[in-house]
Each structure stands twice: as C-alpha cells, then as structure tokens.
Design a protein around this ligand. Structure first.
Ligand SMILES: [Zn+2]
Length: 668
C-alpha cells in the first residue's frame, strides 16, 4: 500500500472509532441517565447567551474615526430577584429616562427576564450599576456610530441591526470588521439560593479588525463643501469629485452629493446611497482627446509639431463635427489647448482603429479599476468589430463610450506618474483589535501604458489647456495645473443627444509637470443659462479651489506665485485672436423697465466701491452689471467673460474703467 492510502485508512478507522464513542455517550446520556439529567435541568435554570463582538472601526488615513462601535447597555429586570417592584422602579427612575409608572407598566404582570430599556449610554449604566438594585441586570452591546455623519457616506456604507455590513466598505469588508461572537451560559443555580444570576463565559467574543482608509478626512471635507457649492449654484442631479495620488494609487478623497447621514440611513433614498464615482458612467467628452493624441504619437502617426487645419468643423464623408469658432492652423499642442474637434477628427483618420482601441484599452477603459468599492461599473467600450465608420472620430472626442469617474482618474494618473496604470486603492492598513498591524498595502502597478517621455509631452499639452486654452478658469495663483474641460451632451436613449442635458467636468493634475494629485470634478445636468453651461465655467473654478486647498494641506511647496492681478493679466494676455471691440460709452442694451428692476434690487454689497465679479457672465449680463454700477468697460472678444482687470473684489480705479475679456472657446 502507498503511504498515502495507509494514512487515509488509518484516519477513516480513527474517525469511525470517535463516532462510535460519541454515539455511546449520547445513548448513555439520553437513554440511561435521562431522568437524572431532566431532574437537574428543571432544578437549574440554564440559558445560553450570545456575547456581542465588537465590530472593528474604520479610520481615515490619519486615524480620524469614521465608523466606530460604541458601548450601549440593555437594562433587564429579573423578577425572581426583585424584592419590591415599586422600590426597584423608584431607583431605576432616578437614572433611566423613564418614570416610575412607565417602568411598572413595562413589567405588568409578567415574570422572568424582562427588558426595561435599550441603548443606555455607558455613563448612565455605570450609575445604575453603583445603585446595586436587586434584580436589575445590565447587558452590554455595541452600536455602530458614524461620528462624521454624512462625510464619505457613499463610500463607507452602514450596518444592519445585527451589525452586518449592508452597504459600502462596511459590506465589502464585513468579514474583516465583524469578528466572532462569544458564548456565555447564564446559570441560576437554584431558586432557593439568593444572589445574582451567574454568567459564565464559555468563549470570549473576538473583536473585528480595524481598517485605515486611504481617505484623508480633511480632503474629503474640502471636496464635499465645494460640491455643496456647486449643487447650490447649479442645482444638478448630482456632483462628484475624486482626489487621487497618482504615484501610489491612494484615493485621498472621493465624494458625491447628494449624500446622507449614516446614522440615519433608513431615511436616505436609495439613489443617494450609491457610490456614484464608481457605479455611474457617462460619456467622457473632450477630456479623452489627450488619449487620441497619445495613440497617434505612440504609433508614430503624429508628433507635437504635426499641423492640422480647422475651418470650424471636421469633416468626413457623411459626417461633420462642429468646432466652436474656426481655429485655423493648429499644431497638436494647440489642438488640445483649444479642444479642436477638426484636429481630432483628422487624428482619428490618421491612425488605425485597432491602434486607437489598444491605447484606450491600455488606459483601462472598459475594465473595472479594481478599487475597493461595491458594484463598480466597467463603463462601455466596444471592440473594433462593433464599430461603424464613424466610431473612431466619435471615440476621439469622447463619444460612443462611457466611463466612470474612477476610470478617468486612473487614466489621467498614468499620464501624471510617467506612464503606469495604477490600481486606485481605498484601504491603507488593516490592524488587529489591539492595533497591531496585520496588513499594510502599497502601490499596485497594473501595467505600463506609455513611455515616460510621452507622458511628459502629454502633461505639457494639458498644462497648455489651463495656462492658455479652454481650461483657463482652472488657473491657480500658487500652482501650475494641467487638465481638460469636458462638456458632454447626454445621449438620448431614443438616439442622438440632448441639447440641454450635459455632464460637465474638469479632469486634471497639479502641479502640472510634477503632479502630486489628480483631480476630477464632474457635475451631472447643471441647470442654468444654456450658453454658460460648459465644463470650463461650471467645474474649473471648483477644481482650482479644491486643488489649492488640498495641495496646501499636503504641504506641497508652490511652484509659482501669481498675484490675483498677475493671474488676471495672464488671462487677458492670451494670444487667441478674437474680434476686438472697445466699448467705453456703453449702449443701453437693457430696456428702461428692466433697468429700473435692476437698480431697485441693488444690494448692499453692490453699492460699496469694489470691482464686481464679471467672470462667467455673458456679454449681455456683464453689460447689465457695468451699467447698473455706472462703470465703463473695454470688452474684448465674444462669448463669456473669462478675465477682467482689475480682478473682482479690488478697489475700483478712479477711471472706473474695467478691461474685460470674453471668449467663446470655453464652449466645446
Ligand atoms: Zn477647431
């Protein structure tokens, strides 16, 4: 016989023997000694009790509490030990938020182990214990509590009545957090013996592990407060922002509004509970153009000096895609900076469909990122066999595909970190109940996507977008930034696109050439004047504010220093040729009636002599403000105000003349 077979036979024999012994003992107890045991059982009241385990806590990266288990106590009255119910009730009423009568009514004519009060706070439980009332028993439990209420709620999720994770990380890491319940036996030795009921712990409960997230509560708070401003200003369906460290894959903040109070999850609508940056997808629009350029360059079909000519639209047999204004002769950098659709269409025709497919696929589109989130979506990115003749041109401007916010952040991180696709992570560390490190997680590179040199060129192009292209409104005073605005019309399920339903976003990195963070801000169906609903206007200012606060929090040294004046000057100096119109004496564009309404609604802040904020306004709206304030202005360009001199909030110059620059090319 083989040694292995011998071992198996030996094991089989052993287990047969054990089973035999067990059955014999069972027969002995159940049959021969039945009466003896039954007698003991009636004599002694024995009950098993499950001991609550303490669920592990969830902390942010610095140890701030996000989800904790707090002690609570349940108060029982054991009627057999109560000497006088009215005395016990009197004593209980001094501590519990219940009246003596309520306590007596709760007991009624019942006897045994009766629950009087649930979820008593630890300090009150201590008081009660000191009173030492005969028959009063306290049982400790744990309750899940979320000290930061709605902060990162879509990410963290919550637990049910049995402490089981039902949503978010609480659900995904339920096993890690949960621990094991213990077992105790409650023995009431005999009725004749007085004295408290005895609890004997058979197995002590084992607490769950703690989790440290990669999230930084401060950054999360910055994100959510900026998103709240966007919600207030544009009343969208929802708004999302993600901050990721492109070098480690650590997500430092990921928020979406509306969200909900985790301590009150029962009242939240299911829609507000979803972790939308990971579950919801949308057409990416223009921010994908940089990847079409990457594909052309890495396949040797174009370089940064390749010239394209834009007559205001791109054309191929059967299809025309409009640009906003004719961009004329542009090189690759300029095509990205101006978000030129015509150039993109030409690029999509220069490369093979399989090249475009491979590049996008390498950047992670169509696949989940693998971040620790519930129900991550893949987005939609079809194989070339399912493409039409128009697909390459659509894909080059971010149509015919859908992405999640997380996927976009992952793709841009590869550009930011020198060409590696990195897995976004939410879990930094797992520790034991006594805070010993069990697992520490580090960066996980999925694959190399592009060369460091190409990544660097792409970063420079993205910097051009902010420093002199369609992303100007994202310009920061203390840091350079690179990124891309997007205004994607939402696809109509019946075919075509909605004109008035858009997802606007700003996807970028800061500082531009040596990024410390990658940041996405996206707003789903902002409401307002159709002309001003574009990515640059809606999301770029929020992008700049979040980036500035996060980088200062991370103590990233500024890589430049622009005064507000210098920043506005830089915006004004932009070399884009536009129609120059000088308006010193303003035409009265508003009717008399309208003007009187406007002047009657002048608020206190309007009357003090500071420069008004015209940025983001249409020409007409800007003129209204100028007229109302009896100022003069030199307008340059058409479209929407992108810069002004002096900047808003400064004292008015004696001349009362403002220089105002407008640009139509925010609209993509
Ligand atoms: Zn163009």
């Amino acid at each position: 016989m083989q040694p292995r077979t011998m071992r198996a036979v030996a094991l089989l024999a052993l287990s047969a023997l054990m089973t035999g012994i067990f059955i014999m003992r069972l027969v002995q107890l159940q049959v021969f000694q039945y009466n003896q045991w039954a007698q003991r059982s009636t004599k002694n009241h024995v009950s098993k009790r499950v001991l609550d385990m303490k669920r592990g806590n969830i902390y942010d990266r610095r140890g701030d509490e996000l989800a904790i288990s707090v002690d609570t106590y349940t108060v029982f009255l054991y009627t057999r030990e109560v000497k006088s119910l009215s005395e016990a009730a009197n004593a209980l009423a001094t501590v519990l938020p219940m009246s003596r009568e309520e306590i007596i009514a709760k007991v009624g004519d019942r006897s045994g182990y009766i629950q009087i009060y649930k979820e008593l706070e630890p300090n009150l439980a201590m008081k009660l214990q000191k009173l030492n009332i005969p028959g009063v028993n306290l049982e400790s439990h744990y309750r899940r509590y979320y000290p930061q209420k709605s902060l990162a709620s879509n990410l963290i999720g919550f637990t049910g009545a049995e402490q089981q994770g039902l949503e978010g990380l609480e659900k995904l890491f339920d096993k890690t957090l949960r621990g094991y319940p213990g077992l105790a036996v409650q023995e009431d030795i005999s009725l004749s013996e007085s004295g408290p009921a005895q609890m004997r712990v058979i197995t002590p409960p084992m607490g769950g592990s703690n989790i440290n997230l990669t999230i930084d509560s401060f950054i999360q708070h910055v994100i959510e407060s900026e998103l709240a401003k966007l919600i207030e200003q544009y009343d969208p369906i929802d708004a999302t922002a993600i901050v990721m460290d492109p070098h480690t894959g650590e997500i430092l903040g990921m928020g979406c509004l509306p969200n909900y109070d985790l301590n009150n999850f029962g009242e939240a609508k299911p829609d507000t509970r979803r972790n939308r940056p990971a579950t919801d997808f949308f057409e990416p629009g223009s921010c994908i153009k940089i990847l079409a350029v990457a594909s052309a360059i890495e396949n040797g079909k174009a370089d940064r000096n390749t010239r394209f000519y834009c007559r205001g639209f791109g054309e191929m047999p059967g299809r025309r895609i409009r640009c906003h204004g004719a961009h004329g002769l542009v090189d690759t950098d300029k095509a990205i900076a101006e978000s030129c659709n015509a150039a993109m269409m030409q690029i999509s025709q220069m490369i093979e469909p399989s090249m475009l497919y491979r590049t996008y696929k390498k950047f992670g589109f169509g696949d989940p990122t693998g971040a620790e989130v519930v129900a991550e979506s893949n987005g939609i990115f079809r194989a070339p066999s399912k493409w039409s003749a128009f697909s390459p041109s659509s894909l080059s401007i971010g149509q015919e595909m859908t992405v999640t916010g997380l996927q976009l952040v992952q793709a841009y991180s590869a550009i930011a970190n020198g060409g590696n696709l990195i897995r976004p992570r939410l879990i930094k560390r797992i520790t034991s109940p006594d805070n010993e490190i069990r697992e520490d997680f580090g960066p996980e590179i999925v694959r190399r996507v592009i060369s460091p040199e190409l990544a660097r060129s792409l970063r420079r192009m993205l910097m051009g977008v902010v420093e002199g292209g369609t992303g100007k409104m994202a310009m920061l005073e203390d840091y350079t930034a690179g990124g891309k605005t997007s205004t994607a019309q939402k696809a109509n399920p019946r075919g075509g696109y909605f004109n008035d339903k858009v997802v606007v976003s700003f996807m970028g990195m800061i500082p531009a050439m040596d990024p410390r963070i990658v940041l996405l801000v996206a707003v789903n169906e902002p409401k307002g004047d159709e002309r001003t609903l574009f990515g640059g206007k809606v999301t770029a200012p929020a992008f700049a504010r979040i980036a500035d606060r996060v980088l200062k929090h991370l103590k990233v040294p500024p890589d430049r220093s622009l005064t507000p004046e210098a920043r506005e000057e830089q915006l004004l100096k932009n070399n884009k040729i536009t129609v120059k119109q000088e308006i010193i004496k303003l035409p009265n564009l508003i009717s008399q009636a309208h003007a009187s309404v406007a002047s009657s609604s002048v608020s206190a802040s309007d009357t003090c002599e500071l420069v008004p904020d015209l940025r983001g306004k249409s020409l007409k709206a800007a003129i209204q403000t100028i007229n109302r304030r009896e100022l003069k202005a030199i307008f340059e360009g058409n479209g929407v105000v992108i810069a002004q001199q002096p900047p808003p909030g400064r004292p008015l110059p004696n001349s009362r003349i403002l220089r105002v620059k407008l640009s139509p090319d925010f609209i993509e």
